[in-house]
Design a protein around this ligand. Structure first.
Ligand SMILES: [Mg+2]
Length: 264
């Protein structure tokens, strides 16, 4: 594989399956990030993980030996915050999500419903998978959606890998609320255009940008639809056979892992 890094002015990196898998760093990935940084060119980490705040992601990066700052981290919570601030300023939201997601919704200037009697006031329903999912929050979301409040989700990923096996992703929460309420959700994370636009703005470069990820649909498909080049790494959820069989948007490169992709 020819050196690819020199062709691009900026890099958008996925996290899970690209830099780490569960609690384990992908071998060679931290060094690959260091090599990119040595070139003086910017990078942004773009993840559909809606559970963590950017500051939490920064802690994980450093824990795996990857330098990074909160400004370089765009989570689907960050994308959600910008989306809500633009479309529902001053609104009232029912939120299914982690404490970090609640802070993003509040940060967008919305009030988060915390009492059942306020559910009918909701202007919008926000859905983001998290480990402490409760029947109560699902019920509030279904009730507000059934009354006609728009439903905005951080993504439609069915499953999320973890150290102990897969866990239900935000897509499973979306399916629950859509099925019960009859509403149809809008997803704002990858592969949607907002996530890529915000990541590009953070890079603040004019030249060509390469997006790297381990999913064909949300990473490669989403990036190409947003006008970016995309590279696939096989260190996450996609196998070589699946990459060969893929008939969607073509990656400019397929590599075993980030280290191989960004080799000198
Ligand atoms: Mg990934």
């Amino acid at each position: 594989m020819p050196p690819i890094a020199g062709r691009y002015a900026g890099l958008i990196l996925d996290l899970d399956g690209c830099l780490w898998v569960g609690a384990r760093a992908v071998p060679g990935a931290p060094e690959a990030v260091d090599r990119w940084r040595a070139s003086g060119k910017p990078l942004v980490f773009l993840t559909n993980d809606p559970r963590s705040a950017p500051e939490d992601v920064v802690q994980r990066l450093w824990g795996h030996g990857v330098r990074g700052s909160a400004h370089e981290v765009v989570t689907s919570g960050v994308v959600m915050q910008e989306y809500l601030a633009e479309r529902f300023p001053g609104g009232v939201a029912v939120v299914v999500g982690s404490p970090a997601m609640v802070r993003h919704v509040q940060g967008a200037g919305l009030r988060v419903v915390s009492r059942e009697s306020h559910v009918p006031d909701a202007d919008v329903v926000v859905l983001a998978g998290h480990p402490d999912l409760s029947y109560r929050e699902l019920t509030w979301a279904v009730r507000a959606a059934h009354r006609g409040a728009p439903v905005i989700a951080t993504g439609r990923d069915r499953l999320v890998p973890s150290e102990n096996g897969v866990v239900p992703g935000t897509g499973a929460v979306v399916a629950y609320v859509e099925y019960a309420s009859g509403a149809e959700a809008v997803a704002v994370g990858k592969p949607g255009p907002d996530a890529w636009r915000i990541a590009r703005e953070r890079l603040a470069v004019d030249g060509p940008v390469l997006a790297v990820g381990d999913r064909l649909d949300s990473d490669v498909g989403g990036a190409v639809a947003a006008g970016l080049d995309a590279a696939l790494v096989l260190s996450g959820v996609t196998s070589r056979d699946e990459a060969d069989a893929w008939r969607g948007a073509r990656p400019v490169a397929v590599a075993d892992d980030l280290g191989a992709l960004l080799a000198d």
